[in-house]
Write a protein of this length. Structure first.
Lengths: 131, 131, 131, 131
DNA sequence: GTGGTCTAGACCACT
DNA sequence: GTGGTCTAGACCACA
């Protein structure tokens, strides 16, 4: 038996200083993972409780994130067995991935400008970034 | 309109989709501007009302952001004349600027990785970014 | 000023013995009220807290019911001012009202049959029902 | 298949959309059948497994329903031979049957009112109901 | 005072 | 042990 089958191919990381609700950060990261193909239909997500422990948050908060994604048809839950990426063709329009990437990029450049870092310095910063 | 003496050298931009509270976004941008040296001790900030109009938000929200920064000693208000960057504290510590830059950079690289964009592609993205 | 303007034209009643989740009972009653025309676009619903008190339940439970209806686009919320029936053309297909009525009727007849009450007795029961 | 002696005079029907727990729906229907006299002391209920198959549910769920009724003294189980309506207790109190009927009637009238159907229309609805 | 988010912890339905 | 519902109570953003 291979335990990598359906292993959730996703690492969550919260940014407590961002001010964004935790449940939204989780939703975003699942969406991103689906958009980028790291999570695929049928994949099992971490259990509510295990993810709550991992993220040092409350199970209700995870349940809420999963719940909203379920309402949108992106996840399906099977009580007693877990939460899965829905088989339903996900809304993986190439466009929505590109739009997201552009959004993240724009915010990054804006934030860096606010911090006094100009665009041409960003390349060096990124190249010098390790882990 | 007259933007002469002590004109606030800061442009605010809100990201409503981020989920982050507005007052925090404002606080962050003021902090960033101070850290990067664009705002300096003695500089005058926009009035609560004018900024509320500009950002299409509630004056209370601006008041709250200014209030928190005042509690931290970063701003001082002089009733009848406005809100100013405090000159008591040496708010510009080189370290905290670098720490902030590193934080923003790390989150950006993480988000892009979540979206399936690897580090070496980021340089091209940034160079190709206009506007 | 007339206090009947936008007065919520809806009386909630929970059936604790039904076993159905409270938040679902609330959702159902709002849907029914919209289907039957008693609640119309723009109408304001009771506040979360007041309804929680009225139904002797927890505000979170009401918030959840309202929240799910908002996700479906049936309600809209304006923080600080209340929760309203969405202007968006509600899904008031004549069919869905009739389907609901038929469902409720079928369940009633089935339950009564289970209790040993035959259809022809039902008419007398209903006619004899007061209040 | 042989449905001879003490054949359970009860047909179960679940309403998955009601939100009511399955085990409660089963309990209710057994109670109703007893109240209405269709199940009498000494009658044998379906086996847990056969009912689980029939209702496409989990045997544990049936076991739970039977278990609760046994705790209340309404059923008795005789290991190896089955589950029976208890004959110790006079479970059929005329009052509790009437109370139940009244409850079901009240809820029906309330639901129909919520759907905009007035009492005087109900008679026609019921008379026109076939199936 | 109105809705939104979160925690801590309980109990339930189900595998 | 997995998800679902609920309570009680805290703090936040906003009008």
């Amino acid at each position: 038996m291979n335990s990598t089958i359906n292993a959730p191919n996703i690492k969550f990381s919260l940014d407590p200083s961002s001010g964004a609700p935790i449940y939204r950060q989780i939703i975003q990261q699942i969406e991103y993972a689906i958009l980028s193909g790291r999570l695929r239909p049928g994949d099992r997500l971490p259990t509510i409780r295990s993810l709550a422990v991992e993220l040092k948050t409350n199970p209700n908060t995870i349940a809420r994130a999963y719940g909203e994604l379920e309402i949108r048809g992106i996840l399906t839950t099977q009580v007693g067995s877990g939460t899965f990426i829905s088989d339903k063709k996900p809304v993986v329009e190439e466009d929505s991935l590109n739009r997201k990437i552009r959004e993240v990029l724009a915010r990054f450049i804006q934030d860096m400008r606010d911090l006094g870092v100009e665009k041409r310095e960003l390349v060096r910063l990124i190249e010098g970034y390790n882990q």
